[in-house]
Design a protein around this ligand. Structure first.
Ligand SMILES: Nc1ncnc2c1ncn2[C@@H]1O[C@H](COP(=O)(O)OP(=O)(O)O)[C@@H](O)[C@H]1O
Ligand SMILES: [Mg+2]
Length: 395
């Protein structure tokens, strides 16, 4: 699939921007703080309804925008059909203008000043975030992703979740629900610790927790299994045949691949019971997908502890490219590849390898501060744009 048109208004530092795109390589170059990452963020939001890094939707609304509304519009060409996605994001802090209120008020409360934070339409029909996810797929690759191996476990979980959420709305729903249960359960654990509630009150939440957790872990393990064969080949190729990579999924509780889902839930429940006292004492949930991790092993050695920086980066790159292949295989269509300033962080071999993959891809949006950081093969083929102070100019 590819994005054929992108329109932004009052989004981050863009007042108004329009881009005609298509299959191929699009290169956005500009100095720091000009709007390169913002542009990719907008494209990512079309796919997931949420920002890759904003903690709050309100953040993306351009400061001092007259209507306090940011809009992102995209036309997507998929293998079988086309989509028109519109997202409007509101900054409810300042008072909204009367025109904004009549334009975006909820249909069920006409004229009401109570507005949602975000309105989404797909082909003109209002949709919820959950219904948007999966319509358009992206793989986002930023310098932080090169720390997939040596960064925090949180990032490795996010890596799994990002891909799984995009290809399986059901996973995304379960994850949201799981997080809610987790919050409720932690609060309850603290109340039990403080003798405000009885321990048996946990039973009901544990029931939900175990079902959701088993499902999430099952899907994560499936993904890692599929990811592995591809990542293995990539690491081998990038390292000139020297490095055998294995990605191992470590759920925070004991989980045997041979167990049925009923057995898995049963086992998880028993493990939960056995640590109940400790959980109450600490007032936190100690077992579950929120504590999962991934281990990267090269030639039998753990990369986090013993890998060189180079090996860690190769593995991160291999994992990201494997994610791309995984999404392609799962959806039957090519996701968009968004590369935010990653070439400058890679050495020659890895750069060439990434480049080779990039050139074969249907659509790639790539940002850089330094054009000559990029191999000539890329710049010669790319559609070039200059990004300056939230404005795009074809070069
Ligand atoms: N809501 C916003 N309104 C206006 N400007 C913003 C907003 N959010 C971020 N910016 C500006 O966007 C710029 C950063 O853009 P970014 O895309 O991260 O730059 P880069 O080109 O380095 O990737 C900064 O100048 C920042 O002040
Ligand atoms: Mg940037």
């Amino acid at each position: 699939m590819h994005l054929s048109r992108l329109i932004l208004s009052e989004f981050r530092n863009y007042t108004q921007a329009e881009l005609t795109l298509g299959p191929g390589l699009f290169l956005f170059c500009g100095e720091n703080a000009q709007g390169k990452t913002n542009l990719l963020e907008a494209v990512g939001m079309l796919a997931t309804g949420n920002s890759f890094h904003a903690s709050n939707d309100r953040e993306v609304v351009k400061w001092l925008a007259p209507d306090h509304i940011a809009r992102i519009e995209g036309y997507v060409q998929r293998r079988e059909d086309a989509l028109h996605i519109e997202i409007a994001l509101f900054d409810p802090t300042p008072a909204l203008s009367p025109t904004a209120i009549t334009r975006y008020a909820m249909p069920e409360t006409p004229g009401s000043a109570v507005l949602p934070r975000k309105r989404i339409k797909v082909n003109g029909i209002p949709r919820r975030v959950m219904e948007l996810i999966g319509q358009m797929n992206v793989v986002f690759f930023a310098p932080a992703d090169l720390h997939l191996v040596d960064g925090s476990p949180d990032e490795r979980r996010r890596f799994l979740d990002r891909a799984l959420c995009q290809i399986q709305p059901r996973y995304c729903q379960a994850l949201v629900k799981y997080r809610k249960v987790l919050t409720q359960r932690s609060a309850l654990l603290k109340r039990i610790r403080d003798n405000l509630e009885e321990a048996r009150m946990l039973d009901y939440l544990d029931e939900q927790l175990t079902t959701l957790a088993s499902y999430l872990s099952y899907e994560r393990r499936q993904m890692v299994t599929l990811l592995n064969s591809e990542a293995h080949l990539l690491q081998l190729a990038i390292s000139g045949g020297r490095e055998q990579l294995e990605v191992i999924y470590h759920p925070s509780f004991m989980l045997d691949a041979r167990w049925t889902s009923v057995e898995a839930i049963q086992q998880y429940r028993e493990q939960l019971n056995s640590i109940r006292k400790r959980e109450i004492l600490q007032g936190v949930c100690l077992l579950g997908p929120h504590r999962d991790d991934l281990e990267f092993v090269v030639n039998g050695v753990n990369l986090l502890t013993y890998g060189s920086r180079g090996q860690q980066r190769t593995a991160a790159l291999a994992a990201k490219l494997a994610e791309l292949a995984y999404m392609r295989a799962s959806t039957g269509d090519e996701p968009l590849l968004l590369l935010d300033d990653v070439f400058s962080e890679l050495d020659h071999t890895r750069r060439d390898y990434l480049l080779q993959q990039v050139m074969q891809h249907e659509q790639v949006l790539l940002t850089t501060t330094e054009l000559h950081d990029l191999p000539a093969a890329i710049t010669a083929q790319a559609h070039l744009y200059q990004v300056r102070e939230g404005r795009l100019q074809a070069l």
